[in-house]
Design a binder for this molecule. Structure first.
Ligand code: GUN
Length: 294
């Protein structure tokens, strides 16, 4: 029987835990976690993501600020906003929704965020700390994957994890987390990407397969080994005339094709996606509570 790894249930549990801890923090020290969100332009998917983050702040008893800039905003305007947030003691986390318009250099913006408020975990110093195992903010989607692995008791020690995709947000950090010598890690990790002649050569070796490439339903039954655990990070909208909207969401994995051949799988939607916001809230709580000592 294939187990469905349910990110909606796990993220709801984590949010309840954070909500309770937030009340305690308020009672003990008067601190209310505060998250500042910056969005540039009107990309519909980014708008939905940011509004969900704002809504979740409200649910958990956090403060939030949302700043929206027009699509033609300058790098200087973004930097000025981040600078003021860096100096505001009521703001514990700063999130700049990516992607940014072309005239704005993404790395310049990320680097301007104070290390203590980098709740996305995107700063080069944060990622460097992650690689060498120092305290840091773990990027939210990779952290959500680790949390799912932990709460579903998926064995990782000595297992071969194959990550498809090498993005800074998912592929690189999840690969680096999973080979660390610690609980819920200690795996043998392979990263494969577009330079492979045939990624099946690698994906077929996986005990745990993590797909994070943004190619709809790339991974099919002939890409996997019987009994693999599949973590699907893809969120792709594809046209579907049979759906009332004319389109549907799908992952990087062809769910129906692989389902009978894997031992566990995250669905899309409802798998990794809901975990990302929960982990963002956890990082913001940790910042407010001073739990990460740099
Ligand atoms: N765009 C897509 N995913 C993310 C994320 O995790 N954080 C930010 N800031 N932007 C994103």
């Amino acid at each position: 029987m294939t187990k469905i790894i349910d990110g909606k249930i796990v993220s709801a549990q984590i949010k309840e835990e954070i909500k309770a801890n937030t009340q305690l923090l308020k009672q003990k020290s008067g601190i209310i976690p505060g998250l500042a969100l910056l969005i540039v332009g009107e990309d519909p998917a980014s708008q939905v993501y940011v509004r969900n983050k704002e809504k979740t702040c409200l649910e958990l008893g956090f403060n939030s600020i949302l700043k929206q800039l027009p699509i033609d905003a300058t790098e200087k305007e973004c930097l000025d906003i981040i600078h003021s947030w860096n100096n505001d003691e009521n703001i514990h986390g700063i999130l700049v929704q990516l992607p940014l318009p072309k005239q704005i250099n993404e790395q310049n913006i990320i680097k301007s965020i104070s290390l203590q408020k980098d709740v996305d975990g995107f700063l080069p110093e944060n990622l460097g700390r992650l690689v060498i195992g120092l305290p840091c903010y773990v990027p939210c989607t990779p952290n959500g994957i680790i949390e799912l692995i932990k709460r579903y008791n998926i064995e990782t020690k000595g297992k071969h994890v194959v990550v498809v995709g090498r993005s800074n947000i998912v592929g690189k950090p999840i690969a680096n987390l999973l080979y660390q010598k610690k609980e819920n890690a200690n795996s043998i990790v392979t990263i494969c990407h577009t330079a492979a002649d045939d990624i099946r050569e690698y994906t077929k070796q996986a005990d745990i397969l993590i797909a994070a490439v943004g190619v709809p339903e790339l991974i099919k039954a002939d890409y996997i080994k019987e009994g693999v655990v599949i973590i699907d990070v893809g969120v792709n909208r594809v046209s579907d005339p049979s759906s009332p909207k004319g389109s549907r969401l799908c992952g990087d994995v062809d769910y129906n094709s692989v389902f009978d051949h894997c031992s566990a799988i995250t669905p899309v939607p409802g798998g990794v996606g809901p975990m990302t916001i929960a982990m963002l809230m956890q990082n913001t709580y940790k910042s407010a509570a001073g739990e990460i000592k740099f």
